[in-house]
Design a protein around this ligand. Sequence first.
Ligand code: TYD
Length: 206
Amino acid sequence: MGYFITFEGGEGTGKTTIITYLSKYLEGKGYGVISTREPGGIDIAEQIRNIILDVKNTKMDYRTEALLYAASRTQHLAEKVIPALNENKIVLCDRYLDSSLVYQGIARNLGIENVLKINMFATKYMPDITFFIDVKPEICFKRIKDNNRAMDRLDLENMDFHNMVYEGYKTIAKMYPERIVSINGDRTIEEIINDIKQRIDKLLGE
Ligand code: TYD
């Protein structure tokens, strides 16, 4: 069995850059690594995701949104994550079920318990460790604007929504202290990576 490592945080927290660095680091140590994100290039999951993020779908009920995320997650897990774990690989995944607990459970106000329930049906695996990249929303937004990144339907939510997401992650981190590690993401990439490397080396028994 491999290791399932997930990364969480709001938009513009630097998850993608962090995962790229870590993947190289772990490969350099001789581990088999895959980096992925939902929907992860899985055709069925991709199609589901397009419905969720389409800016035209303003009528989408929040419960529909939660169920679609869970459905996309199941497919990505079944086709990509579980096979890789069975091949003893390390799976680095940008967002997983904590995103649903925070965005749908807390920010959309569906309730953490409800969202957890549907996700417990949808998924078979909890991550071995989850890194919450802690960066305040104002800083994230400045980064997104500076990078001219395109905005999707959820990015277009107002600042209150993003503040709720941020506070939501803090709540979830407290709920799962043995799994979720908070990392101060408002530092240089080297400092951030160093902290994460240490935690991963410990997990791998190095
Ligand atoms: P994503 O494309 O991964 O963007 P980012 O670069 O911000 O990580 O995610 C798109 C949006 O979907 C993002 O606003 C977070 C949201 N999301 C949920 O609301 N629930 C979920 O379960 C997941 C995985 C993402």
